[in-house]
Design a protein. Structure first.
Length: 488
């Protein structure tokens, strides 16, 4: 199949707002997956550290936020498994579908199984399913555009709008359910959301045409036993680490970060030495390394919305609105409001600017600097006590989060598909998500250092470090652009 030209199909010629019609289907399935994911993760920390009388599991607060960060990191770590399955077993399109099924099963487990058993089973299933769906939905979208198609950044920005519609709606629903009828009803709503996403994906599957149906690098039957053995060995290794105390709930984010860093280095080495990767593709992979590091720094701050800022929301933000107190987890819905408002503007901006827009590494640099500056703003209310931080102030700060995210994240998804070697298309997207995973698990690691009595130092240091990294990326942007070899 590879390398054979096929005539354009009617589906391939159909467009929606100037973009391939398949964008609409991927937009929808990602919207509902993110509804379920963010709806669940914004109440997860509270479920872990709230007292039993409030419906929680009464874990230490630092352990709870660490678990949330580590869990998010494991979601992104599992994207490599999803990418590998797509490249070698199922193809991207079918992997998206089966990933959604596993996500739904995980949310059902959280909804019906009590205690840490339900948390363990549910989070493992959601992590595996989300990893399969996330890497492949983004990669599948990339196949709808040619490498030199100027619409791609705009298309990925619209796709990002779908992500954030889900991220906005999910916490609103689960927060109300959690505060009025209990945590398990919130987790149940997440399962229903994923079921809706799967339904629309199946109904409109034909819009994707033949995209993502091929398996680029099929797994030979002779290697199946090796793969099964490797998976079994990994499970045994994790079980031994848990049984001997090397892996605990409290050190989970540290271990997760270390594992993803090692896995990332290994993946870069594999792609840079693989015989199926051409010299030009190898140069592009090298150009990806500084973007990978910048992305990890960005997400280590951004993902604190679900760790440090979740606690901050519960203890420091005044959520009283016209005499009514909103659920604390609604902080997870505030930043997506800005994304929804600004995404169309950014999509129009990048489409109209075309090749005159700032280079990809410069967009990354601006995104990281902006994120650091937004984080610094939280230091303005350091020294106050109790629920004294105005909700409008936080809403304004999260506008800075959103602008920074739009400068970096959809652009990162787009450039990853362009820089990917042909033999590693889906797995290159998994590598991109490794950088998000490092940042996400780091948000759990950093949460251990947060103390309301030392907010100035905490927000000040983390914000300044991000700004320095962004400035460095700006400085090496010309080198990165040269090594991207014709990719803009």
């Amino acid at each position: 199949m590879s390398g054979v030209a096929h005539p354009a199909t009617p589906d391939a010629e159909r467009t929606l707002f100037g973009h391939p019609i398949g964008l609409a289907n991927l937009f929808g399935v990602e919207l509902w997956e993110r509804f379920s994911f963010y709806g669940m993760v914004t109440i997860l920390g509270y479920y872990l550290y709230y007292s039993a009388t409030d419906g929680g599991l009464d874990l230490p607060k630092s352990t709870a936020t660490g678990i949330v960060g580590a869990y998010g990191g494991l979601v992104y770590l599992s994207t490599v498994l999803g990418g590998w399955i797509a490249d070698r077993v199922l193809g991207m399109e079918r992997t998206v579908f089966y990933g959604g099924v596993v996500v739904m099963a995980g949310h059902i487990a959280l909804a019906v199984l009590p205690g840490l058993a339900g948390v363990g089973a549910g989070l493992v299933l959601v992590a595996l399913g989300s990893g399969a769906l996330k890497a492949n939905a983004s990669s599948l979208l990339g196949t709808l555009y040619d490498k030199d198609d100027a619409r791609a950044d705009g298309g990925f920005t619209l796709f990002y709008l779908g992500i954030n519609l889900g991220a906005f709606a999910g916490p609103l629903i689960t927060g109300l359910l959690q505060s009025h009828v209990g945590f398990h009803y919130g987790f149940g709503a997440a399962a229903i959301g994923m079921a809706l996403g799967l339904t629309q994906y199946v109904v409109f599957r034909r819009n994707l045409g033949t995209h993502g149906r091929e398996v680029p690098n099929p797994l030979p039957h002779s290697e199946i036993s090796k793969v099964v053995g490797a998976v079994a060995a990994l499970i045994v290794l994790v079980a031994i680490a848990w049984a001997t105390g090397l892996l605990t709930l409290s050190n989970l984010p540290d271990v997760t970060t270390g594992v993803i860093v090692v896995a990332s280095i290994a993946y870069f080495v594999i792609m840079l030495t693989n015989a199926k990767v051409t010299p030009v593709e190898r140069t592009r992979v090298r150009a990806f390394i500084p973007l990978f590091i910048a992305n990890a720094v960005f997400w280590s701050l951004f993902q604190q919305i679900f760790t440090v800022l979740a606690v901050y929301s519960d203890e420091r933000i005044n959520w009283t609105i016209f005499g009514w107190t909103a659920p604390s987890n609604w902080i997870g819905s505030m930043e997506p409001v800005w994304i929804i408002a600004l995404s169309p503007l950014f999509a129009i901006l990048w489409t109209r600017l075309g090749n005159r827009a700032p280079s990809t590494p410069r967009k990354f640099a601006l995104g990281v600097v902006g994120m650091g500056a937004a984080f610094l703003l939280f230091a303005l209310f350091s020294g106050t006590e109790g629920k004294t931080v105005p909700i409008l102030f936080v809403f304004a700060v999260l506008c800075g989060f959103a602008i920074s995210e739009l400068l970096l994240s959809p652009i990162g998804l787009s450039v990853t598909t362009k820089l990917a070697p042909n033999a590693f298309r889906a797995q290159m997207m998994a590598l991109y998500f490794f950088s998000v995973g490092i940042g996400t698990s780091m948000s759990g690691v950093l949460s251990k250092f947060y103390d309301p009595s030392h907010e100035l130092a905490y927000f000040g240091i983390t914000g300044l470090v991000a700004i320095v990294v962004g400035v460095l990326v700006w400085g090496i942007a010309p080198w990165v652009s040269r090594h991207m070899e014709g990719v803009h």
